[in-house]
Write a protein that binds this ligand. Structure first.
Ligand SMILES: [Zn+2]
Length: 500
């Protein structure tokens, strides 16, 4: 048997969050937080042979039960417990200055030691809740463009209806200005705001300006990181963006880095705060085939065989890439093609934008520029170059940076819907698919699947995995502005002739 307080302190020591010297101090801090009079009481004993002491959820569980018993939290449901168990973890998470000092001293030895340190710390401190992320369902499937990766996002726990109702009546606070602001570091207010007491960032400089590097709490791929501007200011793609991205690669050459666009519909969910995303992962776009290449000064411009239109600039010369990226951005911002329904502006509103992705590849800089347009029409009120309505049963959210690279993030609701759909298909209850609230939106799609395959319990999972990837591929094609290679090639050739 082991004391449940000692158990979490052992976890923190084992994961290098604190040192043996901090034992008594930590135990006393925990006792106060949990309203425990005697931290050595037998009542706190747990059977360590029955729990996995390397699993933070199991280590925290007895402490949450104590907190509930002592009326500190209403329930152990994440909506009520997250802020409290994060407060527990913050006892063990070193302060930002200590972390930054260690990051910088490791960086002097090797950039990878520094990022490994911050990444592992963000996981050990439970800021990145790896146990939740592990619940995501992932697979790969082949399409006409090569491999595509699919993730069903199950890492965000279902909200408690009581908590949702209470949240609605809560006045919105203006501090921090947004979910990305540096003021989130260490922040906690109440159950309605995300717990950030264990969030730690390090300051980095991009082109002599202060930015902050942190890991994403949702980790969609290894070392999924966020690089945010020190100032709360809107997203922007301009010369400085391209320069910042390549500057970041000089500092962290093992990472890729990209940005969402700076306009709605074709971008990410946060437009109000300038930020990039980085990490270590070979996305499907990295290995896409090339349909055509053009030499331009010391740069090779390649047109990718990809459902969205992507130009890849490759050169050893960083300045050349930045200059050409700006020229292409400016050219694209003004580009119109009425025959293809591409309008750069309507009235004073800009519709053309670029999703940039940068990486280093054997000494060469690569800058991928995905051409985007966010116009809407009566036929496509959510966006002409956005997932069309016939695919909304799988995906209707914005297609942002991560998806552009070939990794689908699909909503968690799909799991339950697909399980029901598979069940009804195997029982041959086709009419019920139409009437069931979980499956009715998938009815037409399931008829298409039935036409293509003879489904049985052995092949149904594989068929669905492939067909979902197929829908994702079609979703990406909807986002492509040029619908065939010839139009894209004509655009690229005209562009290179007209760039001054
Ligand atoms: Zn902000």
């Amino acid at each position: 048997m082991i004391n449940s307080l000692d158990n979490i302190i052992r976890y923190a020591i084992k994961h290098d969050l604190i040192k043996e010297r901090d034992f008594i101090y930590s135990k006393n801090r925990l006792s106060f937080l949990l309203k425990i009079e005697n931290p050595n009481s037998d009542k706190l004993l747990i059977d360590e042979s029955k729990i996995d002491t390397s699993n933070i959820d199991e280590v925290l569980k007895p402490l949450l039960e104590i907190a509930k018993k002592n009326n500190i939290i209403e329930s152990t449901h994440p909506d009520y417990a997250d802020i409290f168990d994060t407060e527990i973890m913050s006892i063990f998470t070193p302060t930002p200055s200590i972390i930054e000092e260690k990051f910088n001293s490791l960086y002097k030895k090797n950039y990878k030691l520094a990022t490994d340190y911050l990444y592992n710390l963000s996981i050990a401190s439970n800021y990145v809740r790896m146990n939740r992320i592990k619940k995501n369902i992932k697979w790969s499937a082949y399409s006409e463009y090569g491999k595509l990766n699919i993730t069903i996002n199950l890492s965000k726990p279902e909200k408690d209806p009581k908590a949702i109702a209470a949240e609605k009546d809560k006045p919105k606070s203006s501090y921090p200005s947004c979910l990305l602001c540096k003021e989130n570091e260490g922040f906690a207010f109440d159950n309605f705001r995300q717990a950030r007491q264990n969030l730690r960032m390090v300051e980095i400089k991009l082109n002599n300006e202060v930015w902050h590097l942190q890991y994403s709490p949702y980790i969609y791929y290894p070392e999924h990181s966020i690089i945010l501007s020190s100032e709360h200011r809107p997203m922007v793609i301009n010369e400085k963006t391209f320069s910042n991205l390549l500057n970041f690669l000089d500092m962290f050459p093992h990472y890729f880095i990209g940005s969402n666009t700076d306009i709605p519909i074709v971008g990410g969910s946060i437009l109000s705060h300038d930020h990039y995303q980085a990490g270590v992962f070979e996305f499907p776009i990295n290995i896409a085939d090339i349909i055509h290449s053009i030499n331009y000064d010391d740069i090779k411009i390649s047109l990718l065989k990809w459902p969205l239109n992507v130009l890849r600039l490759k050169s050893e010369n960083k300045e050349s890439i930045i200059k050409l990226s700006v020229k292409i951005l400016e050219y694209w911002k003004k580009y119109n093609n009425h025959n293809l329904g591409i309008y750069s502006n309507t009235a004073d509103i800009r519709h053309n934008a670029i999703t940039p992705i940068a990486r280093k590849n054997n000494g060469f800089y690569e800058m991928d520029l995905a051409l985007r347009n966010n116009m809407t029409s009566d036929e496509h009120p959510l966006g002409i170059f956005h997932p069309h309505a016939d695919k909304h049963h799988i995906k209707q959210e914005n297609i942002g940076l991560i998806e552009v690279m070939g990794l689908a993030i699909l909503p968690g609701r799909l799991l339950e819907e697909l399980n029901m759909l598979k069940k009804l298909l195997l029982e041959n209850k086709i009419e019920e698919i139409k009437n069931n609230t979980l499956t009715c939106k998938h009815y037409l799609w399931s008829l298409e699947i039935l036409k293509k395959y003879k489904i049985n319990s052995n092949n149904i999972d594989e068929i669905f995995n492939n067909e979902i990837a197929e829908v994702f591929c079609e979703v990406l094609k909807d986002c492509g502005v040029f619908k065939n290679n010839d139009d894209f090639k004509t655009f690229a050739l005209d562009m290179t002739k007209n760039l001054s």
